[in-house]
Write a protein that binds this ligand. Structure first.
Ligand SMILES: O=C([O-])C(=O)C[C@H](O)[C@@H](O)C(=O)[O-]
Length: 317
């Protein structure tokens, strides 16, 4: 067995499965100071509040955490701080990415920092055929002992045949989906071996969470948890309890308008979330270029929407 870590792969899968039933998956923002430098003290304090809301697992340095803006040293600091703050309470799944050579370096760092698993973010720039997508995971898996979760989004999209192939790679334990093509996704779940993990990783995943759950994928990432764990928690509970009226109320009053705002400007997927966290008093700082912070008009809409959402769940602004 090549995989020997603090937790075995089976234990990590079990901890993830258990966590997924208890709360949303937290994708924390990364805190930057006024000059754009990494602000670890603020990150730790923010993360502590994220964890106090009892997410099922924490995924540092992923899309929401601006993985693509971090250098290796900063990445190490963020993952190390996350493992320390989490203190074993929830599994830590660190983002890794780019081509397999660089992704393997990030995996090595995440492993040394004590992460439990890694989320393989989509490569960028070039499109790749299925054989290449599978080979990318084979190459990374051959170079790390960390269990890997593949992330299909953007130009990464697996066929049922490729899913069978990646699930057979030693160390690949699951798939996070960001395409929301439920027809295709159902074919993937049917092709997967028993125990393979699936996550709904759509942008503002709550919007389609009920639909994903009907095809056997109840676990989802929540960008809303990154700034309003109270709203994300209320939605999770309503969905879990089958309270459809409450789910509709939160979708109608908060999530759908949020998606409309989030879709307005490229990069708002992250920068709007960061702005919302600042409105909550979190010292997360601004986004790094090429992302840009929302302008005054959109901030005013966001502030109102946040107040509505918090009011819907009886939480203070
Ligand atoms: O990589 C990431 O940060 C994600 O995919 C998680 C986000 O929470 C995603 O679900 C979103 O943007 O709503």
């Amino acid at each position: 067995m090549r995989r020997q870590h603090l937790h075995t792969e089976t234990e990590t899968v079990e901890r993830l499965r258990e966590g997924m039933g208890l709360g949303v998956l937290s994708f924390p923002l990364t805190s930057f100071g006024a000059g754009g430098e990494l602000d670890l003290d603020s990150y730790r304090a923010y993360l502590e509040r994220q964890l106090a809301a009892c997410p099922g697992a924490v995924f540092p340095a992923c899309g929401t955490g601006e993985f693509f803006s971090l250098d290796e040293e900063e990445y190490r600091a963020v993952v190390t701080a996350t493992v320390e703050v989490a203190g074993g309470r929830v599994p830590v799944v660190a983002g890794i990415g780019y081509g397999w050579a660089q992704a393997s370096r990030f995996a090595r760092i995440a492993e040394e920092a004590g992460a439990d698993a890694a989320l393989v973010l989509p490569h960028y720039l070039v499109a790749a055929p299925q054989d290449g997508l599978v080979a990318q995971l084979e190459q990374i898996a051959a170079r790390t002992r960390l269990p890997l979760i593949a992330y299909q989004r953007g130009q990464v999209s697996f066929t049922a045949d490729s899913l069978r192939r990646i699930a057979a790679i030693d160390g690949v334990i699951g798939l996070k989906d960001g395409h929301s093509d439920l027809d295709r996704l159902q074919r993937l779940t049917l092709a997967a071996p028993e125990g393979f993990l699936f996550f709904n990783g759509a942008s503002t995943a709550e919007i389609q969470a009920r639909a994903y759950a009907t095809i056997g994928i109840p676990a989802y990432s929540s960008a809303v948890h990154a700034f309003a764990p109270e709203i994300a928690g209320a939605f999770f509970t309503a969905l879990r309890d089958g309270d459809n009226a409450r789910v509709d109320e939160l979708l109608r009053g908060f999530y759908v308008p949020l998606v409309e705002l989030r879709d307005r400007v490229p990069g708002y997927a992250v920068s709007l979330v960061k702005a919302a966290a600042r409105l909550r008093g979190e010292r997360v700082g601004r986004v790094r270029a090429p992302l840009t912070d929302p302008g005054a008009d959109d901030l005013a809409v966001l502030e109102k929407l946040l107040a509505t959402g918090l009011d819907l769940v009886g939480a203070a602004v």
